[in-house]
Design a protein around this ligand. Structure first.
Ligand code: SF4
Length: 397
């Protein structure tokens, strides 16, 4: 999965500080990182190792695992060891679901990044059923959170590891809910409180996420976070995702709408598409979003017309044939157009074009130049020949 940062960009990315997670860096000048999460029980060491391998093989650059208990944290030592025996050095992130520090401190020894959820650091409610905290109560709890979190922050700092402060709209702490409401402001303040704790301990290897299942909330929270960080002189990288996006076409569209919109504004350094499907299904969606925006190039870019009354061949079938013959040629732009009326002009900046010429014949283009006209049945074979003669062909693996 090579990336080509020299692709023409129509927008610039927000400058963030690089955060090292094992052998991957999030932020800075680095390409947007693709990640996902296995859904195996972490106690199933062999199953988890296989799931991590499967994801890594198809381009998942950071893999997250869930760590709900101390036993799970210990299991990660075995998982890490088994991966190392196979020379698989994929960065692992532990999702710690409790504010109990024992689990986090144990797992921090075996992974490269620990994800915590500020919403789970809940302490006592205000007395007398009040629905607001006095400033003194608010500060007292903040101090308790600081004391609870400090050992983990120090441990990560000493080991050169990273932390994700992962805020979820659906699990804001009561203190944030009462004080700021169920709002993007509440999400941002929740993240900022944890960032300040980290900074007070001189720890800045931090990635922030503000996820929501509603795209509008996710967009607003991330934009506000960027604004607040700019005001405060902070430049932590952002991890983007739409939670509980569901499955199928709508799940993909919902994720893309949220993640793609922010990326197009230059916001976002790592992404996860959360589908109610096998995690392997999430990775191609991530790469497609990045390719569509010109942020990474891991596939052939196909341009194809939607077909219309002028179309001179079965466009769907031909596109399918062209794609199966050429999809391994990462870096090429190939256009398949139904006719010469609009085809050549609308092929954008395609390297090669396959354009309907007359019923039964097609024309092959190199860039904007028509190279040769061939019978339709020989179209795909001739296209391959042309690519070969230009020295741009590689054999599929
Ligand atoms: Fe129709 Fe030709 Fe345009 Fe394709 S390129 S949509 S066939 S006019």
């Amino acid at each position: 999965h090579a990336s080509h940062p020299d692709l023409p960009m129509t927008f610039s990315r927000r400058r963030t500080r690089p955060v090292v997670v094992g052998n991957v860096t999030i932020g800075g000048e680095h390409p947007v990182v693709v990640q996902s999460m296995i859904n195996e029980d972490t106690l199933d060491v062999a199953g988890s190792v296989r799931a991590i391998q499967r994801l890594h093989r198809i381009g998942c650059e950071i893999v997250r695992v869930t760590v709900p208990s101390l036993a799970h944290a210990h299991a990660l030592a075995d998982i890490r060891q088994k991966l190392q025996q196979q020379y698989l050095d994929v960065p692992l992130v532990a999702d710690v679901h409790h504010n109990g520090m024992k689990i986090a401190l144990e797992v921090a020894k075996h992974v490269h990044k620990v994800r915590i959820n500020p919403g789970l650091y809940v302490f006592e409610k205000p007395k007398d059923n009040r629905t607001e905290y006095t400033q003194a109560e608010f500060d007292e709890i903040a101090a308790k959170i600081q004391a609870t979190l400090a050992p983990l922050v120090i441990s990560l700092r000493e080991q050169g590891k990273a932390m994700r402060i992962g805020v979820n709209h659906g699990s804001l702490s009561e203190r944030m809910l009462f004080t700021y409401g169920d709002t993007p402001e509440g999400m941002v303040e929740s993240a900022l409180e944890f960032i300040r704790i980290c900074e007070s301990l001189d720890f800045r290897n931090i990635v922030i996420s503000l996820k929501a299942s509603r795209v509008s909330v996710m967009l607003a929270a991330n934009r506000l976070m960027v604004k607040r960080m700019d005001e405060l002189g902070m430049n932590y990288p952002l991890h983007l995702g739409v939670t509980e996006a569901g499955d199928g076409e709508y799940g993909r569209i919902k994720s893309t709408t949220g993640i793609g919109t922010l990326l197009a504004e230059g916001i976002g350094d790592t992404i996860r598409v959360s589908l109610t499907e096998a995690p392997e299904k999430e990775i191609p969606v991530c790469y497609s979003i990045l390719q569509a925006l010109g942020l990474r190039r891991t596939m052939v870019e196909y341009v194809a017309c939607p077909s219309c009354g002028r179309t001179l061949f079965n466009l769907e079938e031909v596109l399918h044939k062209v794609r199966s013959a050429t999809s391994h040629l990462t870096g090429l732009n190939i256009a398949v157009m139904g006719c010469i009326v609009n085809g050549p002009g609308e092929m954008a900046d395609a390297d090669y074009g396959y354009v309907g010429k007359t019923p039964g014949s097609i024309s092959l283009y190199r860039g904007k130049a028509e190279i040769k006209r061939v019978p339709e049945q020989e179209g795909v074979a001739e296209l391959i020949k042309l690519i070969k003669s230009d020295g741009r062909w590689v054999e599929p693996q």
